[in-house]
Design a protein around this ligand. Structure first.
Ligand code: CMC
Length: 379
């Protein structure tokens, strides 16, 4: 019998130069740059370029990259026709997963895995994910999709295409921070999934479609949605103590947006997101959701159960408040996560292609042996 690492916990299966997560120190870097610096000085496109090209762009390269994304941002009629037939109550991530799969249907180069073509498809995937997200957010409300404004960046465009209003600089800055923080996180479940698919030499659209499937669950990318729903269930800062006593302590309910496989200290992303969520809340004169989140976090941090297990707020905790303050409905939050993580997924797929070895782990068989065959008519 071999030792089994359930959930692959602590198992190193590949090497990467994209991002480094130090779970004990609470430290995250992309290509060696601290997220604290990236969220202070960069925007999402600059970060995506850094991940894809392994270095920061100069001004000319960044402008080219943004223009390249801008020219690819277009919603062709065949996508709208199909979207109009989708049931409006379907989970939006299921819609996005299907549309990304469709993107491969309409790309004649889908099965060309050469690096140059893959890079072009990577740009295409980064450009289309916000287009699909905003278009579906409008179509399901019975509204017409809004074409992107080619003169603004990805974060501003997402908000504009979603609401139809020009976002404030503070809103754009907050969304950029969120997207940067989601851009990569080493071998998380969806990134691992994308690398497994790429390792079979399958196409990039299949790998991203599979990654979106892994992202959807509430233990991963669905956690921001589940966290916001939990805050809505609490409803009011005054209800936080009773929720904690009755639901968390009394019924053993998990606090959504809390806990992490790798971090045994505060998730550094949640520290940054907390500040931005608080600023947005104060600027909007609606601190209800932030106050609920902060109140619940304070109770958990002082509770022996959470202290002994070293369970802290993760990236999804304050990001749910931040996204809600930006007008993003809870069930669209995992899609905004996907918009940010797209840069990381495509980077890891390219990295996998460069030094590919088929990912093929094994399982310990614990079933029955030497069973005697019984004929169908005798069972
Ligand atoms: N609330 C209460 N207890 C918790 C929580 C929580 N949020 N998270 C973990 N625990 C407990 C868990 O019950 C277990 O207790 P015990 O040792 O008594 O059995 C212990 O802590 C270890 O937890 P685990 O579930 O075995 O840890 P894991 O590494 O397998 O799972 C996790 C990590 C993120 C799935 C889990 O913490 C969780 O379900 N959190 C809530 C969902 C969530 O916020 N997910 C987002 C993760 S970060 C972003 C991302 O990856 O997309």
């Amino acid at each position: 019998m071999h030792e089994v690492a359930k959930g692959l916990a602590g198992i190193i299966v590949t090497e990467t130069t994209a991002s480094m997560v130090d779970g004990s120190a609470g430290h995250l870097t992309y290509r060696g740059y601290a997220i604290e610096d990236l969220t202070t000085y960069a925007n999402y496109e600059e970060t995506a370029y850094l991940l894809l090209h392994q270095r920061l762009p100069n001004l000319h390269e960044l402008t080219d990259f943004q223009q390249s994304l801008g020219t690819q941002m277009a919603l062709e009629p065949h996508f709208v026709e199909v979207m109009q037939r989708f049931p409006k109550n379907c989970h939006p991530l299921t819609i996005l997963r299907t549309l990304i799969s469709m993107l491969g249907v309409y790309d004649p180069t889908a099965d060309d895995n050469s690096l140059e073509t893959e890079l072009h498809k990577a740009y295409r995937l980064i450009a289309y994910t916000p287009i699909f997200t905003a278009a579906w957010s409008r179509l399901r409300r019975g509204l017409t999709p809004i074409p992107p404004d080619k003169n603004v960046g990805l974060a501003a465009n997402l908000l504009y295409m979603h609401t139809g209003l020009i976002p404030t600089p503070a809103e754009v800055a907050a969304l950029n921070v969120y997207l940067i923080l989601m851009a990569d996180h080493s071998l998380n479940p969806s990134t691992f999934t994308s690398r497994v698919v790429a390792s079979t030499d399958s196409d990039i659209y299949s790998a991203i479609t599979a990654a979106l499937g892994a992202l959807k669950g509430p233990k991963h990318g669905g956690a921001n949605e589940a966290t916001m729903e939990m805050f809505m269930e609490i409803g009011n800062p005054e209800n936080v103590p009773s929720f904690f006593t009755e639901q968390v302590k009394g019924k053993g309910r998990k606090i959504m947006g809390f806990g992490h496989r790798v971090y045994r200290t505060t998730d550094p992303r949640s520290v940054i997101l907390r500040t931005h969520a608080e600023t947005l809340a104060k600027n909007s004169d609606n601190t209800r959701w932030f106050d609920i989140a902060a109140g619940l976090e304070n109770l958990a941090l002082a509770d022996p159960y959470f202290m002994e297990r070293r369970i802290y707020a993760n990236v999804d905790y304050y990001s749910s408040v931040l996204l809600y303050m930006l007008g993003i409905e809870p069930d669209l939050m995992p899609l905004v996560f996907a918009i940010g993580r797209m840069a990381g997924w495509v980077t890891h797929i390219l990295e996998q292609r460069l030094e590919n070895r088929l990912i093929h782990p094994e399982a310990q068989y614990i079933g029955e042996n030497d069973r005697v065959w019984v004929k169908l008519e005798d069972r």
